[in-house]
Design a binder for this molecule. Structure first.
Ligand code: F0G
Length: 459
């Protein structure tokens, strides 16, 4: 069969408010051209993020009702912990309210309080923005060690998320004392949801062993990464995806996870440590801000929803549909001659905005221009991942169309394709933007923009 169907029926629906073009023009202006500032009621297809926006299953809703509330040691906690230990093999589990809380705690325990990070450096294949911001908040610097092919949107390679092992080795040879830990993000969100191969994770492990460095995974999309390994890596095709995921975790000393991605929940996170001493130290820090270590800022019901979600995400019929539906969107855009990061990522398609609007230079934010145009044209909310979000760390000028899990149907995606093609026809009329107000760090969330008026044509 060529058509891979959604392996679920829809049981509950949320109406979409259909807006008009004129309404959206006003909305966008009122939001100072920052799509984060648009109320989601005014968005028709929301592809801003795949984080916390997925549809929970009937089993997850049933688990929500089963969830029990207790400060310490609720049955919900034990159900959640057992699932996490079973999937990852890592015994020391902390729940957190979301991924960045796990990151903040990891930084505090591995680097220290205040400005303890000054003079230190943390490598990653490519840091996600909150990971980078949490690490840099300690005064530490960050470095992305992607391979050259990972930085080239137009090449098709199976594991563009791989870390450049030579570069990691060189960094550690030169500055081993300054590196508190090494991180790898699976899949690698910042460069297109691209996977990391098992071989590469093994390579990172071997280098970390040689230099005696702890190795943590940012495992937000570990199941999607494991599926890509099964599909693309030699010798992995016959293994159950759970085994591959388990091997990924076996290779690391711990992990930060946002359960809002591959946990398929609306809120939740996880922090894992193999080392009991680090776990104990972090448990005390967790109590300061998140809550007791058996609930980590969540309600018991949230832990139960995660326990079910982390199992469902590893079902192969789910992963086959998930990765295919993202690939479908990418395929149609490529057929229409629109450049995207190739090959299609796991959770999102990333349009190459620099190729879409070649007339808009990076400092006028081509990604922002395209994202605003998609909203105006069709009520689609996407996300700039380029010079607005990453500043001087930007590898490319991208617009991400993140696909919430189990949420939109194929006709929603067909509509998205039509709108993108419509905007593509008039791409040369799009104008760049300038930032009129914005904070130093994480500016994409709150910055205000204005379109740069085109100069009148001179004759
Ligand atoms: N790491 C990665 C790779 C992520 O993609 C995210 C979140 C986080 C960490 C932080 O997790 O949001 O639960 O605190 N990414 C979302 C996104 C926000 O839209 O890509 P969080």
């Amino acid at each position: 069969m060529k058509t891979i169907i959604e392996p679920f029926r829809i049981k509950s629906v949320e109406p979409i408010r259909m807006s008009t073009h004129d309404e959206r023009v006003v909305c966008l202006k009122e939001a100072h051209y920052n799509l984060f500032a648009i109320p989601s009621q005014d968005v028709m297809i929301d592809l801003l993020t795949d984080s916390g926006t997925g549809a929970m299953s009937s089993e997850q809703w049933a688990a929500i009702m089963r969830g029990d509330e207790s400060y310490a040691g609720a049955p919900s906690w034990f159900r959640f912990r057992d699932v996490m230990v079973d999937i990852t093999g890592i015994e020391n589990v902390l729940p957190t309210h979301q991924g960045r809380a796990s990151e903040r705690l990891l930084v505090e325990v591995m680097i220290g309080h205040g400005n303890a990070g000054i003079g230190k450096i943390v490598p990653n294949n490519a840091h996600f923005d909150t990971t980078r911001a949490n690490i840099e908040h300690s005064g530490c610097t960050t470095i992305d060690l992607l391979t050259p092919e990972g930085q080239d949107p137009s090449t098709d390679a199976p594991f563009k998320g791989n870390m450049d092992l030579g570069a990691l080795e060189a960094l550690l040879s030169e500055r081993a004392d300054d590196v508190p830990f090494v991180m790898v993000t699976v899949t690698c969100n910042s460069i297109g949801g691209q996977p990391v191969s098992l071989e590469n994770i093994k390579g990172v492990r071997a280098i970390c062993d040689r230099f005696n460095k702890p190795f943590f995974l940012d495992a937000c999309r570990f199941a999607e990464n494991a599926w890509f390994i099964k599909q693309r890596e030699a010798g992995q095709g016959d293994r159950p995806v759970e085994d591959i995921a388990r091997e990924m975790f076996d290779l690391c000393d711990g992990a930060t996870i946002s359960a809002k991605k591959d946990g398929i929940v609306n809120i939740g996170g996880v922090l894992l440590f193999r080392d009991k001493t680090l776990f104990d130290a972090t448990s005390n820090l967790l109590i300061l801000t998140e809550g007791y270590m058996t609930y980590g800022g969540l309600a018991g019901r949230d832990l139960d929803a995660m326990a079910v979600g982390f199992r469902e995400v590893l079902r192969e019929d789910y992963l086959r549909y998930r990765i295919r539906s993202t690939e479908y969107l990418g395929e149609k855009l490529l057929e229409a001659g629109i450049e995207i990061v190739r090959p299609a990522g796991g959770h999102a398609i990333y349009i190459d905005a620099a190729a879409f609007c070649p007339h808009i230079p990076s400092h006028e934010f081509p990604g922002q221009a395209l994202a605003c145009a998609l909203y105006e044209e069709g009520g689609i909310r996407s996300c700039e991942i380029g010079s607005v979000m990453m500043g001087e760390h930007a590898h490319m000028e991208l617009v991400r169309l993140a696909i919430p899990r189990r949420t939109y149907t194929q006709s929603h995606i067909d509509y998205v394709i039509e709108i993108i093609l419509e905007v593509h026809k008039r791409a040369s009329s799009l104008v760049g933007y300038r930032i009129t107000e914005g904070p130093e760090a994480l500016r994409h969330f709150t910055a205000k923009f204005e379109p740069i008026k085109q100069a009148a044509p001179t004759c």
